[in-house]
Design a protein around this ligand. Structure first.
Ligand SMILES: *Cc1c(COP(=O)(O)O)cnc(C)c1O
Length: 551
């Protein structure tokens, strides 16, 4: 039994065992440091994982009959890290950030305490941190922290799902027992994240009852006229709109839906037809953090941000200032909050509503409902929960509002510079989210001159748009193949545009630059743009060679 006990941290806090644990941690950190290289976006060389890679793993995988020594385990673990993407200056792929030191320390405490966030009797640290971060973020988002409530959950997707559970419960409290009525409908922009699509499936409403609302071609934000028309049509056919997801910071183009306009539109319609208001969830998983500029003093400008940057941030604030109008919202701290996976915070404006999701005492016989302990999260979909609030709490303390503002502003600054350099370097490229300042730039190449303005205005045929899409596809492949140097992203549906000849809207392919590393700065952009130029030139050479063989 002594050997087995040696696999655990000490019981009594002795120094010897502490050193053992710290030494292994040090080996891991050192092992990773040896693999780091700022000129790459991976830890050492990437391994291709195609062909028989996973099949070979399955054939060989076996639990050892006798456990192996911990130093060998550490070696094996470091083997997993080889070639892993890493968030250097050259990592500009998507919202996959580096975990900050406070985030890591918070996670470490979470792991060492290993409390269960289900009940404060089992996880008091998690409960306390959770209440703190709910209140802290409620205040920043503009909610009344004495009325709001929330919990950490399984991602922005979990938040969209939780919002839908609430939306159902608010109008149909007995749906929990009887199942959902067959005439419920939900609405989201065509640029919304697929979380809602999945939630429709999971709640049994069915994804056919998800109504997609058109987005504006200039801003990629939800078109509220289309929302009005579609809500009316649903109601006239006997349907009940219960849930509207307003995307505040779309994953690809950073379009920000106007929550105020959406709420006014939706409330006017449900009011007119004598229906309950639809629950509005701000899917602010990604963009919500920009509400930290809601009360930044732009006139005094204590962070001395450049004027053009301030103008961009003010444009974001124009939309973000309405975040508090949403009935629920989300902050994905593992995105712009600089903490490790999984640290998503779901917040509800009228916290009492969460009680509608609660289980009865009878159904939770062994936790909660005792004289001791007073925090029991039987309203979450999870049973056991990790205390991810601890990492969030640590990051909020270490960054402070100003620290977050600096990193969030830098993403915007870097994107402004990237757009300038991109357009200066290529004559056949267009920025396709040109009216959305933020951490993302989507861009697209053309065989000759850029045609984005025509595409955006619906002046090209479906075939022409598709040909332009296909022009970009080999560039995605080429960039992807060389991602260990600079890791770009791409999307095959940045947005939808009208075609001049067919009624069905056509998806737009775009390459994606997502500034997410704290080490990507304006100074590091030249190399990134050079890399891009080289890869695009390579694709052009391949295209020319192919053309010649056809002639
Ligand atoms: C990332 C994202 C999600 C999903 O969040 P997860 O944390 O990955 O579950 C949902 N909505 C938006 C707008 C997002 O950007």
């Amino acid at each position: 039994m002594k050997d087995i006990q040696a696999l655990f941290p000490s019981e009594d806090g002795n120094k010897e065992r502490r050193q053992v644990l710290l030494q292994f941690m040090q080996n891991i950190v050192e092992g990773l440091d040896r693999l780091k290289d700022p000129q790459r976006a991976t830890l050492g060389s990437m391994q291709e994982r195609t062909g028989e890679f996973y099949k070979d793993i399955i054939d060989c995988a076996q639990v050892p009959e006798r456990g192996i020594a911990l130093d060998k385990v550490v070696e094996e673990l470091l083997g997993l890290a080889k070639g892993h993407p890493y968030h250097t200056r050259n990592f500009v792929s998507n919202v996959l950030p580096m975990a900050s030191i406070p985030g890591i320390l918070g996670s470490l405490l979470t792991t060492l305490l290993n409390g269960n966030n289900l009940w404060d009797v089992y996880g008091p640290a998690g409960a306390e941190a959770e209440v703190k971060v709910i209140a802290m973020m409620s205040k920043l988002a503009g909610y009344d922290a004495t009325k709001s409530w929330g919990y950490t959950t399984w991602g922005g997707q979990g938040a969209v799902f939780s919002g839908l559970r609430l939306a159902i419960a608010k109008q149909f409290p007995d749906a929990k027992e009887k199942g959902v009525p067959g005439n419920l409908y939900c609405f989201a922009s065509e640029n919304a994240h697929y979380s809602l699509f999945k939630s429709m499936e999971a709640t049994g409403i069915g994804s056919n009852h998800l109504i997609t609302v058109k987005a504006d071609p200039l801003t990629h934000a939800m078109n509220t006229d289309d929302l009005r028309e579609k809500m009316e049509r649903v109601i006239q056919q006997g349907g009940i709109p219960i849930y509207i997801v307003a995307t505040t910071g779309a994953t690809d183009s950073f379009g920000i839906d106007d929550i105020k306009a959406i709420k006014e539109t939706a409330d006017a319609i449900t009011n007119r037809y004598g229906l309950h208001p639809a629950h509005i969830h701000a899917d602010s998983a990604l963009g919500g953090f920009y509400c930290l500029f809601n009360d930044y003093d732009f006139a005094r400008n204590p962070l001395q941000l450049e004027q053009p940057l301030c103008e961009n941030l003010l444009q974001i604030r124009e939309k973000m200032q309405h975040l508090h109008l949403a009935d629920s919202l989300c902050f994905d701290f593992q995105k712009l909050g600089q903490t490790p996976y999984l640290t998503s915070l779901f917040l509800v404006k009228n916290g009492k509503d969460i009680g509608l999701l609660d289980l009865h005492e009878f159904e939770t016989p062994y936790v909660g409902n005792r004289g001791y302990g007073s925090y029991h999260t039987s309203y979450t979909l999870e049973c056991s929960r990790m205390a991810s609030s601890i990492a969030i709490y640590a990051a909020l303390l270490a960054f402070g509002v100003d620290g977050y503002r600096q990193i969030l502003a830098n993403y915007v600054r870097v994107n402004m510079a990237f757009r300038d350099r991109l357009l200066a370097r290529f004559s056949n490229v267009a920025v396709t989210n040109e009216n959305n300042p933020g951490p993302i730039t989507t861009f697209r190449f053309y065989p000759e001159q850029a045609e984005w303005h025509k595409e955006r205005a619906g002046k090209l045929t479906g075939k022409q748009i598709k040909q332009n899409n296909e022009w970009n596809y080999p560039i995605f492949e080429e960039l992807g193949k060389h991602r260990e140097h600079v890791f770009f992203g791409d999307t095959t549906r940045q947005c939808l545009v009208d075609a001049s000849d067919v009624s069905k809207r056509v998806p737009v392919y775009a390459a994606k630059f997502f500034s997410i590393s704290p080490y990507t700065t304006v100074e590091t952009l030249d190399e990134i743009v050079e890399f891009l130029a080289k890869r695009v030139a390579c694709v052009d050479t391949m295209r020319n060679a192919r053309e010649k063989t056809y002639v």
